[in-house]
Design a protein around this ligand. Structure first.
Ligand SMILES: Cc1ncc(C[n+]2csc(CCOP(=O)(O)OP(=O)(O)O)c2C)c(N)n1
Ligand SMILES: [Mg+2]
Length: 336
């Protein structure tokens, strides 16, 4: 039988195995199809600016988000559509944001890299590599000072471990025993630069250890393994033991961004990783256990396609911000 981690969602009442398995699969399929549609819309100029796809990494966002409750904070990077969808940010609000429409979750001002939804404690979307790390530490400190019980999960890439702010953020979080889970999505590349090309120490768990933050690594292509590992480290963080780091080993199947010709990776390497596609792996698990029949998969696919189509329709129908509002909220008047 598939083993599920002891998660907070689970503690709200164990859903039947079949229902939970299909829900996890649906969330991953939603991210995959949402992004495939975004790529298509980018190529016809409906979405402009930068667009970084999460395709291949879906198990990390979906597995980890199962463990979080509404009082927890999430901070992500510019590759954040997956985390935003898994956190429950409405697909239409994300799509409209990418269209630059006023009904976008950041009112069309931020685009793909700046998905934000305070009502769901989803604090970005950060275009600066490592930019979310100190924000996460600040959110956790605010929770402690206000006596709130939530924890903060900060997603960041392997490229961010090269930034000074990574070490500073881990140091402060450890020193003040702040409730932060640093979740490194190690997809082996920072744009076109492989981890071993810019780091002498490529073991990210050891780097965290040096800052006084215990860490763990997990197979980021296995949604159940991610859920279980996150559940384990989150138990420690919630229990007041201070911050933890989880390194999810994953891979992006697409180029860094829509502008990247992807010439630095060996095609065989990409194909090898595709044999561990998180959606295909989990589909196989569910089939083996008799949880998923062909008809279930077909109906999941159909309902996800319908949701993506509805999100696009919402974005298309949304208004543009009036030109006279363009300077609104750009400058704060200084009181003299
Ligand atoms: C401070 C800073 N330096 C450089 C960049 C340019 N840049 C954008 S994405 C990126 C790679 C980051 O890679 P990683 O953290 O591994 O995330 P991934 O794209 O793999 O998800 C770089 C260097 C930036 N946005 N911010
Ligand atoms: Mg990376």
């Amino acid at each position: 039988m598939i083993e599920y981690g002891k998660t907070s969602k689970q503690s709200r009442g164990p859903a039947p195995l079949r229902e939970r398995g299909l829900a996890l699969l649906r969330e991953m399929l939603m991210i995959r199809h949402f992004e495939e549609k975004a790529a298509e819309l980018y190529s016809v100029g409906k979405i402009r600016g930068f667009l970084h796809l999460y395709i291949g990494e879906e198990a990390v966002a979906v597995g980890s988000m199962q463990v979080l409750g509404p009082d927890d904070n999430v901070v992500a990077t510019y590759r954040e559509h997956g985390q935003a969808l898994a956190r429950g940010v409405p697909a239409g609000a994300i799509m409209a944001e990418m269209f630059g429409k006023a009904n976008g979750c950041s009112r069309g001002r931020g685009g793909s890299m700046h998905i934000f939804d305070v009502s769901r404690r989803f604090y970005g979307g950060h275009a600066i590599v490592g930019g979310g790390l100190p924000v996460a530490v600040g959110l956790a400190l605010a929770d402690v000072l206000r006596g709130r019980s939530g924890i903060t999960v900060c997603f960041f890439g392997d490229g961010a471990v090269a930034e000074g702010v990574f070490h500073e953020s881990l140091n402060l979080a450890a020193l003040w025993r702040l409730p932060v889970l640093f979740l490194c999505e190690n997809n082996l590349y920072a744009m076109g630069t492989g981890l071993a090309r810019h780091q002498a120490q490529t073991d990210i768990v050891r780097k965290a250890d040096a800052a006084g933050v215990p860490g763990l690594a997990v197979d980021g292509m296995d949604v159940l393994a991610v859920e279980t590992a996150v559940s384990r480290v989150v138990d420690a963080v919630r229990g007041g033991q201070g911050p933890r780091l989880l390194e999810a080993r994953t891979y992006r199947f697409r180029a860094h961004s829509m502008y990247d010709p992807d010439l630095y990776r060996n095609k065989d390497e990409i194909e090898r990783w595709k044999t561990r596609d998180p959606i295909a792996l989990f589909t196989a698990v569910l089939r083996e256990q008799g949880i998923l029949a062909d008809a279930d998969l077909a109906s999941l696919e159909a309902s996800v396609h319908a949701d993506v189509a509805a999100a696009v329709a919402e974005a298309e129908a949304g208004p543009w911000e009036p030109v006279e509002d363009l300077l609104k909220d750009v400058h704060t008047p200084v009181a003299r």
